[in-house]
Design a protein around this ligand. Structure first.
Ligand code: ATP
Ligand code: MG
Length: 294
């Protein structure tokens, strides 16, 4: 069968998280070899390590079958990712690489809303997204395309304001800028092309998606176990919010007690464990879950 080819960022903010997700899905690569293409040891998969800017076009053109990229890059290079006839489709949001594409304005200049950008030069690495946004708001401003260090452009007179990726805002702040309007909320997404894959590749992709879902679901989930008097089962169940019906198993050594097991789709805090103890539970264990198939 033809290998399923997956493109991820070669080196940058998303690289390690992408590799770690694929590893947790059971795909093993030789991590020492940072070659352009590396074949998985145990599955019909090839990994392509490229610049993130190239991933949307590679997926669109069938150079690779699926890819992981920031939604910001996808919107910039392909646009309208939500449209059904888009050549590249978002098939999963992956919950890492979160950031936003925002307009930022010099702290020293009064800001009076979106109108302040009229007639201004806005430096950005995302001219397509910015121009679409400005057009939708009927603001006539000039997008000045800059490939890196966009945040310094107002201080050196290249632009009046910027449109850039922000996560904490610390970089903007240290360059005398403040975030004023968010244009796009972004995170890493798994994308595929509209082109049909060979049926075995499609089957493998379905399995991979099940594994990705199981990994993402397991990421925040915990397994909680405890012993408790039979009489406390109902009270204990109240303290297990967001959990599926707990499993109650008799204890062979003590007929007045049971073991209670439950899956929590969230972190179990110390306060919950203390409440459980007050309700009569003992030997309370909280374990991380690694994988789930629903
Ligand atoms: P490449 O060499 O692959 O082109 P790059 O410099 O364009 O790399 P990175 O800075 O590694 O890209 O960022 C990759 C992605 O990480 C961004 O496109 C974005 O989706 C996400 N990201 C998350 N937080 C931030 C942030 N604070 N600043 C920039 N990107 C962020
Ligand atoms: Mg890039």
């Amino acid at each position: 069968m033809k290998n399923l080819r997956i493109a991820i960022q070669k080196s940058g903010r998303l690289s390690e998280k992408c590799l770690s997700l694929l590893n947790r899905c059971g795909l093993q690569f030789d991590n020492r070899k940072r070659t352009l293409i590396s074949r998985a040891k145990n599955h019909p998969v090839e990994l392509m390590l490229v610049r993130d800017d190239d991933i949307p076009h590679y997926v669109r053109d069938g150079v690779c079958d699926i890819g992981i990229v920031g939604l910001n890059e996808l919107e910039e290079k392909i646009g309208c990712s939500k449209s059904p006839d888009n050549p590249v489709k978002v098939i999963r949001s992956l919950g890492f690489g979160s950031c936003r594409l925002s307009l930022a304005w010099p702290k020293s200049v009064p800001f009076e809303g979106l109108e302040s950008f009229s007639g201004k030069r806005i430096a950005t690495s995302y001219p397509n997204i910015l121009e679409r946004y400005l057009e939708s708001k009927s603001i006539a401003a000039e997008a000045v395309e800059i490939s890196g260090s966009v945040e310094v452009t107002p201080s050196i007179g290249v632009a009046d304001a910027i449109c850039d990726l922000v996560s904490t805002g610390a970089t903007l702040d240290s360059n005398g800028l403040k975030e004023v309007i968010t244009i796009l909320e972004s995170e890493a997404v798994l994308v595929r092309s509209n082109q049909t894959l060979e049926s075995e590749q499609e089957d493998f992709l379905t399995r991979l998606l099940q594994r990705i879902d199981g990994t993402l679901l397991a990421q925040n989930a915990n397994y909680i176990m405890m012993n408790a008097p039979k009489s406390s089962i109902d009270e204990i169940a109240q303290y297990l919010p967001g959990m599926e019906t707990p499993t109650v198993v008799p204890l062979s050594t003590d007929s007045s007690k049971v073991a209670i097991h439950a899956v929590a789709q969230e972190d179990v805090v110390w306060e919950t464990m203390e409440q459980l103890k007050r309700a009569g539970a003992s030997s309370i264990l909280v374990l991380p879950i690694e994988k789930i198939i629903e």
